[in-house]
Design a protein around this ligand. Structure first.
Ligand code: SF4
Length: 214
């Protein structure tokens, strides 16, 4: 049984899968409290679902991409079982899991694609990242830095220099919506010729920034 905050189908807003129709399974609960968190409702809200009923919902939605997100999905013990069940169902689909980076990702089925945050100082949760997760990344996984300021940008740039193995994965630099202008961040990336991808939260531009279930 898993505690689920919401299930919905929308356009994937982030990662290299941005723009694709996606079914989101948002799990309840999170061990962090990021200052820019836009899903605070997921800390507490939720209803219990069986794994089978979640797989059925995903099958019914029939999108190419399914994402298990939160909150923090790895807070719940049965999340790896859900991912395996989704993958065993023979999805032609990609199964993504978005995590805040503080929990061991090696418990996840290797067929799942991990989109892993590394929290910067501007999140208020710098230091939460489990450094062992760097060695656990697969080439298909993606790493995301949400940046609120120039300080965050320089922090992320230094982190990448120190851990350049991360560049074997797709690295996403995402301006925190309302805190850092995408154009400003684009300029910094170009000035430094970084091999990172500018990641906009597409759904916030398509829908209302604080709209739920989109
Ligand atoms: S990890 Fe994600 S869900 Fe948890 S507080 Fe940070 S932004 Fe919110």
């Amino acid at each position: 049984m898993l505690r689920i905050c919401e299930i919905f189908t929308s356009i994937q807003g982030e990662s290299t899968y941005a723009g694709l129709p996606c079914t989101f399974i948002r799990l309840s609960g999170c061990n962090l409290r990021c200052l820019y968190c836009d899903t605070t409702y997921a800390y507490e809200e939720g209803e219990d679902y069986t794994i089978d009923s979640l797989v059925d919902e995903a099958v019914r939605a029939d999108t190419e991409v399914v994402e298990v997100t939160g909150g923090e999905p790895l807070e719940q013990e049965e999340t790896p079982v859900l991912l395996k069940a989704l993958l065993d169902k023979g999805f032609k689909k990609k199964v993504l899991v978005e995590t805040n980076g503080s929990k061991d990702i090696s418990v996840l089925d290797p067929r799942a694609i991990v989109i892993m945050d590394i929290k910067t100082p501007g999140s208020g949760e710098a230091g939460s990242f489990d450094l062992h997760n760097i060695a656990r990344l697969k080439p298909s996984d993606e790493v995301k830095f949400v940046l609120t300021s120039r300080e965050d940008y320089e922090w992320a740039r230094s982190f990448l220099q120190e851990h350049d193995v991360l560049l074997k994965s797709e690295v996403l630099f995402s301006p925190a919506f309302g805190s850092l202008e995408p154009r400003t961040l684009a300029g910094w990336i170009l000035d430094d010729a970084l091999t990172v991808r500018l990641n906009l939260q597409l759904h916030k531009y398509i829908f209302k920034p604080d709209e739920r279930g989109v």
